[in-house]
Design a protein around this ligand. Structure first.
Ligand code: PLP
Length: 391
């Protein structure tokens, strides 16, 4: 297996636009390019496409069409939900509960709210497994808590958090619950009625739709203030001419992703083989629980190997992976998620994330395994620290 291949194992960062999404979008670039606010025939066709997309999404996620609002992606949906809900409820209190393992879109929205005199308590995962403990979450509640937040699946270590239970806790304390489902969509089934959350975010580019489209679900009755002033689009809450083709693409991607999320046994099997073979590399460890985890996610540390060196050599071998999340890859900060689960800096700085997708083959897995054995040995051969230990 020495021939160079191209293996994309970074699906948590982004995905390619699928054929079915391309096909669904194409007519809205070429033929039906009307403005949904126009009253003439092309405009009415575009408006119908937006309405149909909402219906498809609402039917797939089990909610009402009027509860779906299109955004430019996950980050915008999160900013809108957190800030809009906090501002709409400020007469009731100014305290927010969230977790240390959230995406920066959540953490930095909370930081922005702090400058508006909101306060926040961030809960740590109970232990090294990366799962949020419901009791700890509830202990953080104060009489003035108005909003509670936890992601459905973590982007770095793939942990699946007990959101249904956490949402119940929020409601017991008269707080609204926001869930970031950007990484969960397409990997685990999502039924909004059963999940019981008040607000939820989804991003298109993680599930085969283009970058620049996503949605925010706002349950009827949940108070969220208007995000963009302007025209009457999105029920007057997020103005701006709708991105019709991308909205149609998002609906197709959500439908496809929901159906793909029903069976992840094959993907899990491949991930488990990768995990057990890579674990044979000396001084390696798996980060986060292997129990409550997305089927395609594997986050591992390889001591004496800097993440950047691993990434670059893997890239030379045609293998794409990430160190931490794609959004913080440009900053030289150790991952806040791995820090929150108690890993020392040295271990964090030698960690990489494999995020496999349904199209990865058994051959891809074998290629990653053989290259990882080679590359870790190559890096360690240059490490004086490793040399001292093994001489
Ligand atoms: N939330 C999570 C868990 C993510 O992984 C990401 C993207 O990596 C986002 C939010 C942001 O989504 P977007 O890239 O659509 O802004």
């Amino acid at each position: 297996m020495s021939e160079k291949k191209f293996v994309y194992a970074d699906h948590a960062a982004t995905t390619a636009v699928t054929e079915s999404v391309m096909k669904a979008m194409e007519p809205y670039f070429r033929d039906n390019w009307g403005n949904p606010s126009s009253l003439h025939t092309p405009g009415r066709k575009a408006a119908a496409a937006v309405r149909d997309a909402k219906k498809t999404i609402a039917d797939t996620l089990n909610c009402r069409e009027t509860e779906i609002y299109f955004t430019s992606g996950g980050t915008e949906a999160i900013n809108w939900a957190l800030k809009g809900n906090a501002r709409a409820n400020r007469h009731r209190g100014r305290h927010i509960v969230s977790t240390e393992i959230e995406h920066h879109a959540v953490l930095n929205s909370i930081a922005a709210l702090k400058s508006e005199r909101y306060e926040a308590t961030l809960v740590k995962p109970c232990c090294g497994d990366g799962l949020i403990c419901p009791d700890e979450f509830e202990r953080a509640v104060r009489p003035d808590t108005i909003q509670m937040i936890c992601m459905l699946a973590n982007n770095e270590i793939g942990t699946i958090e007990p959101v249904k239970e956490l949402a119940r806790i929020a409601h017991r304390h008269k707080a609204d619950f926001f869930c970031d489902a950007v990484q969960a969509m397409g990997n685990i089934p999502i039924d909004l009625d059963r999940l019981g959350v008040d607000m939820l975010s989804i991003s298109g580019h993680k599930i085969g739709a283009p970058k620049g489209i996503g949605l925010l679900y706002i349950k009827t009755g949940c108070m969220v203030s208007r995000y963009i002033d302007g025209g009457a689009q999105e029920r007057g809450q997020r103005a701006g001419t709708e991105n019709v083709a991308y909205i149609v693409g998002l609906a197709q991607a959500i439908k496809d992703a929901a159906s793909a999320s029903k069976d992840k046994a094959g993907l899990k099997q491949k991930r488990d083989r990768l995990a057990s073979e890579l674990h044979k590399i000396p001084f390696s460890q798996i980060n986060g629980t292997m129990e409550q985890r997305l089927a395609g996610n594997l986050n591992m540390s390889f001591e004496f190997c800097e993440s950047e060196s691993l990434l670059l050599l893997l890239d030379l071998a045609g293998i794409c992976v990430s160190a931490g999340s794609a959004c913080t890859a440009a900053k030289d900060e150790p991952s806040h998620v791995l820090k929150a689960i108690g890993l020392p800096e040295k271990t964090i700085r030698s960690s990489i994330r494999f995020s496999l997708g349904d199209e990865n083959t058994d051959d891809d897995i074998e290629y990653i395994i053989s290259q990882m054995h080679k590359i870790t040995a190559q890096i360690r051969a240059l490490s004086p620290e490793y040399g001292k230990l093994t001489s």
